[in-house]
Design a protein around this ligand. Structure first.
Ligand code: SAH
Ligand code: SF4
Ligand code: F3S
Length: 441
């Protein structure tokens, strides 16, 4: 019988991509995916520590593995990703059921580390200390979750040190992959039928700077846009400080780059932006929004927001609400500030009480919901190209898909479509989170 593996993934798209790399390496070692992690021979927990609630949930999961290891002592438990990087050896001291601790720069060495462990060359083999190395190029088989959309890491790490954020400490400094390696990976995926590509990095606008390239991201976008068979290009995440007009123009003039600008603002108050070390103020941010709207009148603009950053007053928060009304974001990902040990903001005075944070989050979400509905309503009556994701989970008679701007669309199935097909759908009824439509005959 074949040995089996399970991967439990937490965190951002970068982690989802890393998890696909773990799966590929396990497949190449002869493992097959297990129906559940309870019975797998190798379990990888790929972790996130960006907020305390993520960390708590994951520690609960690692705790639960103690019983499984007792029932099946041969199971290999690997904890990988950002929390593994943060905790290092302390993780095994506290949770002896953990066999391997794998740091973020070693994602593509997993296969050799696992083999070493199984060959008995030392339990508790852990690699997490060197964050300066460039992760090895991935040479395994790709096991992607989607049959048409692929993640493509273009760079690792972050140099920004926003004062609330732990990512630079657990992902290291910015290191860009070569454009050749990136394009080669995309060409191979196109040959397998992939159509949509999301270029991943913590700060994609800095792509290439560590390799001495200016406007490296613009050039990379142009290269990817020209690869035959690439139908949609997305990217995550842009930093508003580094998003140049050149990049906006490249996107405006491109054939396949989606007109969806995710520009995390974090707060609407210049004072708080400064305390966060974001490198822009409200005025400069609004100039970027204006540039985007001027170059791409149809742009879909989304953002990330944190409420309850230390020192945030009611007035600062109202400036955030005001920014939402001014920009009219198509969507906003909203978070309650979570102090992270080792980051400057965790030591700032004037931490905001929990009750105030929750109350602000509720107000923020209520306003954004109104704006989401208003923005979705503007699409009603238009016919848009929608990339099919598949049957709707709640109603298999409906198909779901995404517009170029990443808006979710649902429509009654009148003919079969494969995931990844582009279909013309007329937008009929706007809701807060989705738009209902009708396929053009
Ligand atoms: N590099 C990306 C993603 C960073 S993490 C970027 O800069 O946008 C994703 C989001 O999590 C951030 O945009 C921020 O809104 C949020 N976040 C990060 N650290 C946080 C913290 N300590 N508390 C609450 N939210 C946080
Ligand atoms: Fe964190 Fe700021 Fe880097 Fe994003 S840009 S990963 S928020 S430090
Ligand atoms: Fe979490 Fe690490 Fe991503 S901390 S958000 S998994 S970079």
């Amino acid at each position: 019988m074949k040995k089996t593996y399970a991967i439990i993934n937490y965190g951002c798209q970068m982690n989802e991509s890393d998890s696909e790399h773990y799966a590929g390496q396990l497949l190449d070692l002869g493992y097959e995916a297990s129906a559940d992690y309870e019975h797998a021979d190798v379990v990888v927990i790929n972790t996130c520590c960006v907020r305390e609630n993520a960390e708590k949930k994951i520690l609960g999961k690692i705790g639960e593995m103690k019983r499984l290891k007792r029932e099946n002592p041969d199971m290999v438990l690997c904890v990988a990703g950002c929390m593994a990087q943060e905790w290092g050896k302390d993780l095994q001291k506290k949770y002896p059921q953990v066999d391997l601790v794998l740091g973020t720069a070693h994602v593509n060495n997993f296969s050799s580390i696992l083999q070493n462990h199984l060959a008995g060359h030392g339990r508790a083999e852990s690699v997490y200390d060197d964050l300066t190395i460039m992760p090895q190029e991935f040479e395994g088989s790709f096991v992607r979750k989607s049959s048409f959309a692929a993640w493509v890491p273009i760079m690792y790490g972050c140099n920004n040190f926003c004062t609330y954020c732990i990512v630079p400490y657990v992902r290291g400094r910015e290191r860009s992959r070569s454009a050749e390696a990136i394009c080669h990976e995309i060409e191979k995926a196109v040959a397998l039928g992939y159509k949509e590509f999301t270029l991943l990095g913590q700060n994609v606008n800095s792509y290439g700077k560590d390799r001495g390239e200016e406007e490296g991201f613009s050039k990379l976008l142009e290269l990817v846009d020209a690869i035959p068979g690439v139908e949609r290009i997305r990217y995550m995440t842009s930093h508003p400080r580094d998003m140049s007009e050149a990049v906006v123009r490249t996107i405006a003039e491109s054939q396949h780059i989606c007109k969806n600008f995710h520009i995390p603002v974090q707060s609407g108050s210049s004072r708080i932006m400064k305390a966060m070390n974001r490198g822009y103020d409200r005025e400069r941010y609004l100039k970027l929004v204006e540039t985007i709207r001027r170059c791409v009148p149809d742009a879909v603009i989304t953002t990330d927001l944190i409420v309850g950053f230390p020192g945030e007053t009611e007035k600062d928060f109202e400036e955030t609400l005001d920014l939402l009304r001014t920009v009219e974001y198509d969507d906003a990902f909203t978070f309650i500030y979570s102090p992270r040990k080792g980051t400057p903001a965790a030591g700032f005075g004037a931490q905001v009480p929990d009750a105030v944070k929750h109350e602000r989050l509720d107000r923020l979400m209520a306003l954004q919901n109104e704006i989401c509905l208003k923005r979705n309503k503007r699409l009603v009556g238009r016919t848009l190209a929608v990339m099919v994701e598949g049957p709707s989970k709640s109603n298999p008679a409906m198909l779901s898909g995404r517009t170029d701007g990443n808006d979710l669309v649902l429509w009654p199935k009148i003919r079969d479509h494969a995931p990844g097909d582009l279909v013309n759908v007329k937008m009929e009824r706007a809701q807060t989170w989705l738009i209902r439509g009708k396929e053009e005959a």
